[in-house]
Design a protein around this ligand. Structure first.
Ligand SMILES: [Zn+2]
Length: 156
């Protein structure tokens, strides 16, 4: 069985306690799936504070850089500790940048395990497809999540 990388474990630890189990299960399956393609699948981002989200949102709009998100602080599932982004690597090489076609294949293969772990995949979104992104499947709207998070510190 392919081991979950330290980088992935560190990012999983930033998540809501109940999301950690789902992401751990997924990371295990995805690590094995990526290995079949001769690659590694690392979780590269987990929880983000609302201020960090605002800084990302500013990129491309009011600050330099390319557009990476359509969500302001409090409008991303990363702000509730229930979302994570994964990258495809070969050693230190980040294939999402250097070989996007291979990265896409690996994302797709790994994403096939997402639903079984209770996760939705950003590659299925209709606008702004986000292949690195996974989040806990819930029936709540973003507005409901924000309200619950502010009330009890967790949406789950
Ligand atoms: Zn994301």
């Amino acid at each position: 069985m392919t081991a979950i990388s330290p980088r992935t474990l560190k990012n999983i630890a930033t998540l809501d306690a109940r999301a950690q189990a789902a992401f751990t299960q997924f990371a295990q399956l995805a690590a094995g799936e990526a290995a079949k393609h001769g690659c590694e699948y690392h979780m590269i981002a987990g929880n983000r504070s609302w201020a960090e989200q605002d800084a990302l949102y500013a990129r491309f709009r009011t600050a330099p850089g390319s557009r990476v998100t359509n969500a302001r602080g409090g409008y991303s599932n990363h702000n509730f500790g229930i979302a994570g982004d994964f990258g495809v690597f070969k050693g230190k090489v980040y294939l999402d940048e250097s070989d996007p076609r291979l990265a896409e294949r690996v994302h797709r293969a790994c994403a096939a395990h997402a639903l079984d772990c209770g996760l939705d995949w950003g590659g299925h979104w209709e606008s702004f497809q986000d292949a690195p992104h996974y989040e806990m499947h819930t029936v709540l709207s973003l507005k409901q999540k924000r309200a619950r998070f502010e009330q009890k510190g967790s949406v789950l």
